[in-house]
Write a protein that binds this ligand. Structure first.
Ligand SMILES: [Zn+2]
Length: 423
């Protein structure tokens, strides 16, 4: 037996926690097979269908940075000229990645970047899919002066977002305005539409504050509010105002801010809704979770009745907490970027990323299970992480989540899950 094949302590624990998403995926697979097979699995399918009717599964991840180098590998490319101190062409990032990990297709198809994540999404088949899209979607050439890093993806590449049926792109981050207000406006028009909802940025404050509302047949709604905080590098001037486009910027993480958010969220939340607060906050490297963030997350749950705190900005996954039955991801880590071949911070293994599959019980509004699938970014593509790397990530996440009261275990060689008594 492989050393990394750790087992949950009991089968009941496993089903209760990370196993639910997996069980649902298995049930969905069994339901899609032929009738005989369905009948032979009747007990399990009935049980799982009952669970399925009571739960929703969200796919969440951190920063999806499909601009700059990755844009150069997609079917449509922007002018590669960029305005960074050490790099003047986005092609330079393609060359670095190829030098590190081998050739990247010259014009990859729209789904290329998702690699093995495609099959994982098919397997779990989550009800809702939310990403932090950390790039402008534009051909604008109005780079933000002095910003130093300019991310843009050609609008022709939006099908790479729809290729994996992303329901909501959160835009309250420190790259959405890299190509000026013209770039933001084009981002909003390129993404806004029947297939992709956006949250956290808008043509004025009201739009930027409005949640993305995802209706689920027979299972209520998921409301995603996008928030940005200056600690992630968002310039204060990027904040939307009543007469100015921009991002939904939190002025601070104070009690007063929570009070205002509670009022705003109450204006949208209906009984049975699942509210996600998706927050871009904190620096890029390091595991520390500052008290002010933790208290803010707790108060969002206590006072603003938020069900899920989806934090991002860190380039690597950070600790996880379950507070009063509500999950808090303090930092999901980069999911996809063009950093291959860039040295520094190797100890954080920024090449490893995580798919979070979070199952919420809609009758109680509480977490029913959290499973996570590690991926590795190579050649601008997501690949299943090697079992050694999955094990390393489990150890790190367990170490960082332990002080928050959560444990992380391996469910098999390739996947992790939360282990905690949720009752
Ligand atoms: Zn960021």
């Amino acid at each position: 037996m492989n050393d990394y094949e750790l087992k949950p302590r009991t089968r009941r624990d496993f089903l209760k926690l990370g196993g639910i998403a997996t069980a649902l995926a298995m049930a969905k697979t069994s339901l899609s097979k032929d009738r005989n097979n369905m009948l032979s699995n009747q007990d399990f399918s009935t049980q799982a269908s009952f669970r399925d009717a009571q739960t929703i599964t969200l796919f969440l991840c951190g920063d999806v940075m499909t601009g700059r180098g990755i844009d150069q590998a997609l079917p449509y490319h922007n002018d590669p000229r960029i305005y960074e101190p050490y790099m003047t062409s986005a092609q330079g990032y393609v060359k670095l990645a190829e030098k590190a990990n081998g050739p990247i297709p010259k014009s990859a198809d729209f789904s290329y970047i998702w690699g093995d994540a495609l099959e994982e999404l098919r397997r779990i088949n989550p009800d809702v899919r939310v990403i932090n899209l950390e790039t402008a979607v534009t051909t604008s050439s109005e780079f933000w002066p002095g910003k130093g890093i300019n991310y843009r993806m050609h609008p022709g590449n939006v099908p790479c977002i729809t290729a994996v049926k992303i329901d909501c792109c959160v835009l309250a981050n420190n790259h959405v305005l890299d190509w000026g207000y013209a770039g933001l406006t084009e981002t909003l028009t390129s993404l806004g539409g029947p297939n992709i909802k956006i949250a956290g940025a808008g043509s004025n404050l009201m739009d930027a504050e409005a949640p993305a509302i995802i209706e689920l047949a027979g299972k209520g709604r998921v409301l995603v509010f996008g928030f940005g905080h200056e600690s992630s590098g968002i310039p204060r001037v990027w904040g939307a105002r009543s007469d100015k486009p921009g991002v939904n910027l939190l002025p601070d993480l104070s009690d007063g801010t929570v009070d205002r958010l509670a009022e705003r969220i109450a204006g949208f939340k209906q009984k049975g809704d699942c509210v996600v607060a998706s927050i871009h906050w904190g620096g890029n490297w390091g595991y520390e979770i500052v008290n002010v963030q933790r208290e803010f997350a707790h108060r969002l749950i206590d006072q603003a009745h938020v069900d899920v705190v989806h934090g991002h900005s860190s380039h690597h996954p950070k600790g996880i907490e379950v507070y009063r039955g509500k999950p808090i991801l303090y930092g999901c880590g980069d999911f996809l970027n063009d950093y291959e071949g860039i040295s520094g911070h190797e100890e954080f293994r920024g090449d490893l990323s995580l798919m979070y599959f979070m199952t919420m019980d809609i009758t109680t509004g509480k977490l029913a299970g959290l499973s996570m699938t590690p991926m590795q970014i190579k050649r601008f593509r997501l690949n299943h992480a090697h079992p050694d790397d999955a094990h390393w990530l489990q150890q790190v996440l367990d170490r960082e989540s332990g002080p928050l009261g959560a444990r992380i275990e391996l469910t098999d060689k390739y996947r992790l899950s939360l282990y905690q008594n949720l009752s």
